[in-house]
Design a protein around this ligand. Sequence first.
Ligand code: ADP
Length: 264
Amino acid sequence: MTLNQVIFDNVSFRYAEDQPWVLKNVSFSIKQDEWVAILGHNGSGKSTIAKLMNGLLFPDEGAIYVHGMEVTPETVWDVREKVGMVFQNPDNQFVGTTVRDDVAFGLENRGIDRRIMLNRIEDSLTSVRMSDYLFHEPHRLSGGQKQRVAIAGVLAIQPELIILDEATAMLDPRGRKDIMMTVNDLREETKVNLVSITHDLNEIVGADRVIVMNEGEIWLETVPRELFKQEEALRQIGLDVPFTAKVTNRLKDIMDFDQQPLTQ
Ligand code: ADP
């Protein structure tokens, strides 16, 4: 049986009673080992979903379950043991003066035995290809390297689920590529569930499934390949498909046209 790691059951949320609903009846689930991308234009409700997923916020209506546990103020600390988050700004995420100290921080907080701690630091840095940087200062790394260290810090805690909330948004194209490759590797090498939140369709390519948000509601749930075919509809909700997908769509149109009989 496949376990649902995350369940959003009819979730509605607003930041205050006198403010509009930011999420309206949102329902979806994420299965074990799945990588799900949550896509949408700015303000469509993606970050709010991420915050609800690890108990930074709680639903006004409906319920959220993470690894079989309902997310409530009572369970929030247990939930956070299972959900790691990587945010947009790499510079805001460092606490250590070296890469090793930084990755150690979350483990020290949990009182983990020193020997186990050193192994976990090494393993998680190896997973993101940063094991050669143990004694480097985090602030001197490139944007992509910083985010890889932030991912290692989360991995070291051995979470069930990692949420990347626009984790590439502040990086240059090279840094972005770097992170997407790392996420792809993690997907293949570890059993961790991944939720990546983005407004950029280039970044959903490797995901198993994509949930498209629009104005606080799920607009569509599909696989990336199918989504790229919906160029026009996507444009109407403020999303642009990648150039290569546009070319593929055009070629397909031409091929379909060529295969039509010239005379009826
Ligand atoms: P996204 O991540 O897709 O850009 P958000 O979840 O951040 O969207 O925001 C969804 C809506 O909630 C937006 O209209 C935004 O202005 C509003 N919002 C976000 N954070 C707050 C907040 N702390 N207080 C009030 N409104 C907020």
